[in-house]
Design a protein around this ligand. Structure first.
Ligand code: ZN
Length: 70
């Protein structure tokens, strides 16, 4: 999502002009999503806690599944 600070509204990439400017006022818009570092910072820490928990659970279920075969 791009943000036009002069129009005070969000713009989808499809609505921007070919130059990447705001179609209403013609000014350059802010592209907060273009910076990967910002996107990485927005991932909350409890998301990784959930991922770690799912990994531990799946690993344990894999151990159980292998144990059934023995
Ligand atoms: Zn604008």
């Amino acid at each position: 999502m791009a943000w036009c600070s002069s129009c005070q509204r969000y713009l989808t990439p499809a609505t921007l002009t070919a130059e990447g400017a705001c179609p209403a006022c013609g000014r350059d818009v802010d592209h907060p999503d273009d910076r990967p570092a910002v996107a990485a910072e927005r991932i909350p820490w409890h998301f990784w806690l959930l991922v770690a928990g799912a990994a531990v659970y799946l690993a344990w279920r894999a151990v159980q599944g292998v144990a059934l075969l023995l």
